[in-house]
Design a binder for this molecule. Sequence first.
Ligand SMILES: [Zn+2]
Length: 464
Amino acid sequence: MNGEQLPDRGHLAAQSRRHFLRTAGAGAAILATGGRAEEGITARVRNPLLRTPLALLIDDSCPVINLGWHWIQQRHRWRQRLHPGTEASGWERFHDKLGSMERTVPADFAREWGEWCGEQGIRGKFSMVPFPAGAGRIDQSFPGHPAGELREWLRVTREIIQPNFDITPEILSHTGVVDLKTWQLTDAWEQYEWVDPPVDQLTDYLTASLQLLKNAGIACDGITSPGAFGKKKEEAYARAALEAAVQVTGNLRPFYFLWVRDKEDPDTPLWHVDKNRGRAIASVIPGTGDWFGGSGYDPSEPDRFIAEDLEHGRVPELLRKELPTILLGHWPCFSANGAPGFKTLKTVKRRLDALDPDRTHTLWVKTSEIGRYEMAKKLSEITIAPTTDPAASSLTLVTKFPTANFTLTLNRTAKRFQFGSTDLRQVNSIRDFRAGTFLTDGPTTHVAFDLPEGITNLLATWTG
Ligand SMILES: [Zn+2]
């Protein structure tokens, strides 16, 4: 923000605009101010369409097999072999249930789940572990399982799940680290030993995980960490994830999921920002624990997300703060052991619908949309300047970080809003507020539009 005095209107046409524009600067573009100094016109970037983003993150999903069964079996064998006599922890605590646990998840079930989520308008992220537990490569085959199952799983993923969920690898095997020369699992675990991964191997490892999915016809929007993979080397991990995404899918603005914040306020940190090339990677952070039931044997507790009174629980708390609200779940509890997580999801969704019956407060989005919106919010330059018409102001946005549903609130009442040469439609209710419209609200005006890459000009004509 510069503190220059603005000249009076009479001088405007004759002078270069940049002398009297006020900009939001390079930092958080939460506020842009402009117009004559005494007018103090401000623009604040809001949540998309003034609604709080909601998303569902599903971890540990993979084709054909139940990763839960394989993970527990491999971890149990690993401990008996290398650390006999030590205590089982995590999901391995359920190793005595291996005999009755489902070893596979039918593609038909994934279709049913994906169709239900689609009908409900649920969006988010769905992992596809590309070489799950070393049982088979998603771009080749799962030995011992009918070939048609993998084919059908891939069809369901592409046609039914991917329209509503970003697909990410959850690195490679989600059990042992894979030796990329032999495609054998090693004794190091992705989520344990590789909490602190060897930096020089990271890009190749992440590239391999994205490439397997690409070979199988699935373009990924980001990367999911199995457990704490990469936590002790986040800077290098984020860099490798961005490099791998650019290399394999050409995605310059991907996201990764590594952290969970079920008590403090979650945010959306951006890493390795290159404003000139329009490159960055977002760390997308759920604000809940997995209270759907994890392995299928952990407690499944809808009230911890949202209680029956619609007031208690973590989700209402996050929505009240208007923070992106990302719910975390693990696929085994949605698909195995009687699917307790699926029942909980149905309860949670029913309550969320009751909380926001006309969808004026919340907006289900894919996880990638949360990352891209944060980039547009933080990395776009917004300037407001007077025009030769004393009742009008021009807004200029310059960005390499496009996003859908970009929403600003200005502290003046507009009677007309033009986006380039197009008139935006004025609406009278937030119910009808969408990209390409504006809505006045007492002394303020909300305006929403899809923000393209490059320069965007808007012209606001004020009442009075
Ligand atoms: Zn996982």
